[in-house]
Design a protein around this ligand. Structure first.
Ligand code: NDP
Length: 484
């Protein structure tokens, strides 16, 4: 079993507590199916204790009233400690989430950068003066929302936790972080690191346990002021329902079915490898995965051949091997779900041009699956419409600009997307027409620490990252001073 500081404890009020009745659950390693650690399973009573601790820390002003420069110093220190432990944290993340070690290392460094960014941002949260009609001076204050619940998924555990914890703390809130049950280990480590960095007790609490119990109790808690959630769209619906009676503020980063649009004048030497990398990164378990490729009919055959060859060349294997490009899926259940979609694609009449089954030579209990590509798909097929959240690419041919914008928008999601063309006018017309929150032209990058990230339609509410995220974690207070 791997050792983490206090893996089967909850971090509440600056101390490590067992869950009620010492309840725990097993954490598996996706590459082998073996138990690698145990985590505490927080009951609704434990959730109450965590919320009380966060409230007490908030009310004490130890953090919310600390000068912003003091908060910045603690956040910098957290970043520094993450950097110091990059190899250890990356190994933990690679084993627990099944992701290639090279990617895990980048993600851990990205988490450090996120804390550095919001350390800098902490001293740049300010209001406005407003020229009102009444005789007087009007200005706004940006204040912390209060106690925030941060509920995160298993695909990028430390990254997504950092995207939420860092801006929430920069703005002076206190927080309860609830990681996904598959991957709680780096969130627990983040709690320990925050304490070591000098974060006052109770400002960051980390509680583990099933979403249906722990997450649900947190989302419906009357003393939580704001919930920031990343996960499945249907879980987002449930969170909105839980939050509604308390009018708790909610921001949601949800599912996606992101399009990759390749026009006939695109540089295929770049677009084809990018199409492979942007859907099979993290074994396709990425809300921004370019899981729908729309290719202009005149180049479809060449594009499909290049993509199939690139897919077959991917090195699928042990997450801890530096050469591995794709690891296992998060669980056997997830692999079975994705395999179900491959069956659906075959039945719907799309053509399988790469992958489609479990790779040879991998541990029987591991949740490995071949990267899989379908072409000749129709936009109405389920494999073109639904978020598979696994290594499956669906290629759909299109005739012209007008048609591709219509096809792309005929989907419930609107998170991310890419456009490949050498014609800048066309790129910008399509970028304006497509309803997604994040787009890249001649690139498949979706995430920049400094820029807003989030979705249209059923992909979510609100924007994380950059200075935009601070809007999620602050209230605006308007103050008028009469000069009469
Ligand atoms: P889930 O929605 O199943 O879980 C996300 C988190 O919510 C977990 O911590 C989970 O706990 C918790 N949870 C589950 N049920 C409830 C509930 N009823 N009330 C409160 N909390 C609950 O998502 P996954 O972890 O399966 O993540 C995959 C999904 O995340 C995909 O749909 C993907 O597209 C989306 N995603 C979106 C991103 C974006 O930015 N738009 C980024 C990354 C992922 P537990 O693990 O214990 O079940």
């Amino acid at each position: 079993m791997v050792t983490v500081e206090s893996p089967s404890r909850l971090l509440i009020g600056g101390r490590w507590h067992s869950a009620e009745k010492d309840a725990t659950f097993d954490i598996l390693e996706p590459a082998t199916g073996e138990v690698m650690a145990r985590a505490a399973s927080a009951s609704p009573a434990d959730v109450d204790t965590a919320v009380e601790a966060a409230r007490a820390a908030y009310e004490s002003g130890s953090w919310s009233n600390m000068p912003a420069s003091g908060r910045a110093r603690v956040l910098y220190r957290i970043a520094e400690l993450i950097r110091k432990e990059v190899d250890r944290l990356a190994t933990l993340e690679a084993r627990n989430a099944g992701k290639p070690i090279r990617d895990a290392r980048d993600e851990v460094l990205g988490a450090a950068q996120c804390f550095e960014y919001y350390a800098g941002a902490a001293t740049r949260i300010f209001g406005e003066t407003i020229p009102v009609t009444s005789p007087g001076l009007d200005f706004t204050l940006r204040e912390p929302v209060g106690v925030v619940a941060l509920i995160v998924p298993w695909n990028f555990p430390l990254s997504i936790a950092s995207w939420k914890v860092a801006p929430a703390l920069a703005a002076g809130n206190t927080a309860i972080l609830k990681p996904a049950s598959y991957t709680p280990l780096t969130a627990i480590e983040l709690g320990r690191i925050a304490l070591e960095a000098g974060l006052p007790e109770g400002v960051l609490n980390v509680i583990t346990g099933p979403g249906s119990i722990t997450g649900n109790a947190l989302a419906g808690h009357p003393d939580v002021d704001k919930i920031a959630f990343t996960g499945e769209t249907l879980t987002g619906v449930s969170i909105l329902q839980q939050a509604a009676p308390n009018i708790t503020r909610v921001s949601l980063e949800l599912g996606g079915k992101s399009p990759n649009i390749i026009f006939e004048d695109a540089d295929l030497a770049k677009a084809a490898p990018a199409a492979v990398a942007s859907v099979f990164g993290n074994a396709g378990q990425d809300c921004c995965a370019r899981s729908r490729a729309f290719v202009q009919r005149s180049i479809a055959q060449e594009f499909d051949e290049r993509v199939a060859a690139g897919t077959k060349a991917l090195r699928v294997g042990d997450p801890l091997d530096e050469q591995t490009e794709m690891g296992p899926l998060i669980s056997v259940k997830q692999r079975e779900r994705v395999q179900g979609y491959i069956d659906v694609g075959n039945k719907e009449g799309a053509r399988l041009i790469a992958g489609g089954s479990t790779p040879a030579g991998r541990p029987a209990n591991g949740s490995f699956l071949e990267p899989t590509v379908f072409d000749n798909a129709d936009n109405r097929m389920r494999i073109a419409q639904e978020e598979i959240f696994g290594p499956v690419l669906t290629i759909i041919a299109f005739k012209d600009e007008e048609e591709v914008v219509r096809l792309v928008n005929a989907n419930q999601y609107g998170l991310s997307g890419s456009i490949w063309t050498r014609d800048i006018g066309r790129a910008l017309r399509v970028a304006k027409g497509v309803r997604t929150g994040v787009l890249s032209i001649n690139s498949s990058r979706s995430v920049h620490q400094e820029a807003p990230f989030g979705g249209y339609k059923r992909s979510g509410i609100g924007r994380e990252l950059g200075m935009h995220a601070l809007q999620l974690y602050t209230e605006v207070k308007n103050v008028f001073i009469s000069l009469e």
